[in-house]
Ligand binder design. Structure first.
Ligand SMILES: Cc1cc2nc3c(=O)[nH]c(=O)nc-3n(C[C@H](O)[C@H](O)[C@H](O)COP(=O)(O)O)c2cc1C
Length: 320
């Protein structure tokens, strides 16, 4: 019997659907037990978000200072063959419920256990996964794979469709220009290829061989254009986050005025500094190519972006 633990939290159910699609080929097998553990914040986060509540969440996200979650239903001493940590990104960090779990005593369950991260987010996940790597390493987890699903459409479209979804709850496409918000149904369904590959990887897993089981399946794709942008945004988040936290806890009336100022700063940054830095980087790219390629390859670890095993696993398998 192979035992798999799936840790997840999702506001709209998108990440849950992605995790279920990925695990479906395993859940159907008699020799596999999948334990689903939803992480529940003691005080639920709102959805859709009000503008201020949304912005007010960023300092604690950035400083990995989450609100508490309810106790989990398994014993931390239980041993699993594989743990799937499904998480979404909030303000360039893993969302607070998963951080709260990783900081709790129950996270001892991860020790020495092969772990796969599954991300479903807009498209900015690089800094969050760096933080996740550190959090997992602190728990002694063995990160063997990372799967990333991003929102459908080009970045200029998701820059509109994702916030619209989060702030109004509306996910539909509109004006004939903007696609529906979120990860496409096809990409979610396509996550089943990872589950099929895991079935074939069980022997390796049980033998404790380590290493990626999901390589060659296009599990991640790092866009080098985001590397610098995330670094710049991260710096501003940390600076403003420190100021806001000095004013008071989330919801403190004093944070409102500062948040308004921050929102203005953010829009100005997004419209000026970010495109300027992307242009400068694009101009310098030929000079920086080697360094950038090395960085992309590092960020794509451990699963990589190659897709040579797609033909084998990205099929509709009627036996499953
Ligand atoms: C407060 C908040 C901040 C977010 N920040 C980011 C971000 O920095 N990068 C990103 O790619 N997506 C970001 N998103 C989008 C989420 O990662 C995710 O795609 C969306 O919330 C749907 O997830 P869920 O319904 O499964 O919880 C953010 C969402 C929320 C609610």
């Amino acid at each position: 019997m192979t035992r798999i633990l799936v840790l997840y939290y999702s506001q709209t159910g998108q990440l849950t659907r992605a995790a279920r699609a990925m695990l479906a080929p395993l859940a159907a097998r008699r020799d596999v037990e999948v334990v689903w553990q939803e992480l529940k914040p003691v005080t639920p986060y709102p959805f859709p978000w009000s503008f201020f509540r949304f912005l007010d969440a960023f300092p604690e996200c950035v400083y990995l200072d989450p609100a508490p979650i309810a106790p989990v239903g398994f014993d931390a001493a239980t041993r699993f063959d594989l743990i799937v940590v499904a998480y979404q990104v909030w303000f360039l960090a893993p969302s607070p419920p998963i951080v709260a779990f990783l900081q709790s005593p129950a996270a001892a369950v991860l020790k020495d256990t092969p772990t796969i991260t599954l991300i479903a987010c807009r498209n900015m996940w690089l800094s969050a996964q760096e933080k996740m790597r550190t959090l997992l390493a602190a728990r002694g987890a063995r990160l063997i794979d990372n799967v990333v699903l991003v929102d459908q459409g080009p970045p200029w479209a998701t820059f509109v469709t994702t916030p619209r979804w989060l702030l109004t709850g509306r996910q539909d496409g509109f004006w004939g220009v903007f696609p529906p918000a979120g990860v496409s149904a096809a990409d979610i369904a396509g996550a089943a290829r990872f589950g099929r590959a895991l079935v074939d990887g069980f022997d390796k897993l049980r033998a404790g061989a380590g290493g990626s089981l999901l390589h060659g399946l296009g599990a991640v794709k790092v866009d080098p254009g985001y590397i610098a942008g995330e670094k710049i945004a991260q710096r501003s988040f940390r600076l403003w986050g420190r100021l806001l936290r000095a004013v008071g806890p989330p919801g403190h009336p004093g944070r409102r005025a500062l948040l308004l100022l921050y929102a203005l700063f953010l829009v100005t940054m997004i419209l000026t500094v970010l495109p300027a830095s992307m242009l400068v980087r694009a101009a310098l790219r030929p000079l920086l190519r080697r360094r950038l390629d090395t960085e992309v390859a590092r960020l794509e670890q451990p699963s990589g972006s190659s897709d040579e095993r797609m033909a084998r696993y990205a099929r509709v398998d009627t036996r499953l």
